[in-house]
Design a binder for this molecule. Structure first.
Ligand code: SF4
Length: 421
């Protein structure tokens, strides 16, 4: 369940099980497993509900004798273990986000330290997530992640380079850099930000062709990263940087440590220092105290800024977060309305931006065949969340996992169509 960081943990778990000669399968559709492990998400309401529904489904399957053992791990379990044990006692055991050795022991496997960074990939073999740190030190008022993932802990550069080398040896060409806060990288173990250095070190790994940066944080943004992005052809001109809001009133209450003016300045700097950069952001609407004026300011800002990619979350009132002390005073209807309004604006912007790509040629990495098309991405698109490039499979051929140059022939709101040149 949940985010790419959780998926990474599942891959590590499966890598360990495999090294113990245990047969593990990810999201198996066959009901032939006798043990099920559910790696849950505890982030916000919808995600929590999805995790609880999955736990209940397998608790039921166990009662019906379809599976022998069901174990639960991950963020929801980390956050609500006592409540879950009481409410859903049929589960064999609940584990936290830092309990891998304990979980493995319960599954009859030994934790193999020498496997550091080794995983069973669940992504297509040509790209992989690379989690560069765990946890977060930020005080964002609405966020429960630090409660579930703990303090920020960076992985040493040499370990990450070794991990990238082993991934490249398996055929990985694209690394998705992930963390709770990737721009904080290095402060804890090196006393300073070293993300720029890490990106350069990873780009020297033979076989790696694209390195993509996700989960950047606006406050104290390390601008040397932009120099690397501009000058190093292997580092995609792409940045995922959740900004959450633009009104000073909201940014202050959210404890984001930044202002409207600084946020606007940062976006200018991203575009000045890395011409042609694709910016993905995430926003929250319906946060406690959000006024019509706040949301109007956000709408106008989204219109003006023309983000390349944008996602919106409706505020979720999370226990034990700082914002939980505030009144959740925006109704569910208004939250939905505000989210829809923002996405409508973005849909129009995305359509216009895509029209400007018609006639241009892009280097595309092909991920899959679907609906009669070869489906790939440009360096400006991350898997599953951004645009896709569709090439008719009827009269053209490209191997999945290969790059090819594609001339864009047409476009719609979120996808591009083209032919291989
Ligand atoms: S940076 Fe803020 S929103 Fe992101 S994980 Fe940390 S506390 Fe949560």
């Amino acid at each position: 369940m949940g985010c790419s960081k959780n998926l990474y943990d599942s891959e590590v778990l499966m890598g360990q099980l495999k090294a113990n000669d245990m047969d593990a399968e990810h999201e198996s559709t066959k009901d032939d497993a006798n043990i099920v492990v559910i790696n849950t998400c505890g982030f916000i309401d919808n995600a929590k509900q999805e995790s609880i529904d999955t736990i209940l489904r397998f608790a039921e399957a166990k009662k019906e004798g379809l599976v022998e053992k069901v174990y639960v791990t991950g963020c929801l379990s980390e956050r609500y273990k006592p409540e879950l044990q009481k409410e859903i006692p049929d589960i064999d055991d609940y584990f936290g986000t830092r309990d891998l050795p304990k979980l493995l022991k319960t599954l009859g496997a030994d934790y193999k330290y020498e496997l550091l960074g080794e995983r069973l990939l669940t992504t297509p073999s040509h790209f992989a997530y690379l989690k560069i740190s765990e946890g977060c030190d930020r005080p964002c008022s609405f966020c429960a992640i630090p409660l579930m993932r703990g303090k920020h802990v960076s992985k040493p550069i040499e370990d990450l380079v070794r991990e990238a080398q082993s991934l490249a040896a398996k055929g990985v060409k694209e690394l998705m850099i992930i963390a709770q806060d990737s721009t904080y990288y290095g402060i804890d173990i090196y006393g300073k930000r070293r993300l720029a250095e890490l990106l350069n070190a990873l780009s020297e790994v033979e076989g790696i062709e694209w390195i993509r940066l996700h989960y950047a944080y606006p406050t104290g943004f390390p601008e040397d990263v932009l120099d690397v992005m501009r000058e190093n052809p292997k580092v995609c001109k792409y940045i995922d940087i959740p900004l959450q809001h633009i009104s000073d009133n909201m940014l202050k209450s959210m404890r984001r440590g930044t202002t409207s003016e600084k946020t606007r300045k940062l976006i200018e700097t991203l575009r000045e220092k890395v011409p042609g950069i694709a910016i993905r952001t995430t926003l929250i609407v319906g946060y406690p105290g959000e006024t019509e004026a706040d949301i109007d300011e956000m709408k106008q800002w989204v219109e003006e800024t023309r983000f390349d990619r944008l996602g919106v979350f409706t505020y979720s009132h999370e226990e034990n977060t700082h914002a939980y002390n505030l009144a959740d005073d925006v109704s569910a209807e208004d939250k939905e309305l505000r989210a829809n309004d923002i996405m409508e604006i973005q849909q129009g912007i995305s359509y216009n931006l895509n029209q400007q790509k018609i006639g241009k040629v892009f280097k595309v990495l092909f991920d899959k065949v679907e609906g009669g098309y070869f489906v790939g991405r440009t360096e400006f698109d991350s898997p599953e969340v951004d645009n896709e490039v569709l090439v008719d499979a009827e009269n053209q051929y490209v191997r999945i996992g290969d790059f090819a140059n594609v001339k864009i022939t047409s476009a719609d709101d979120f996808d591009l169509y083209g032919e291989i040149v």
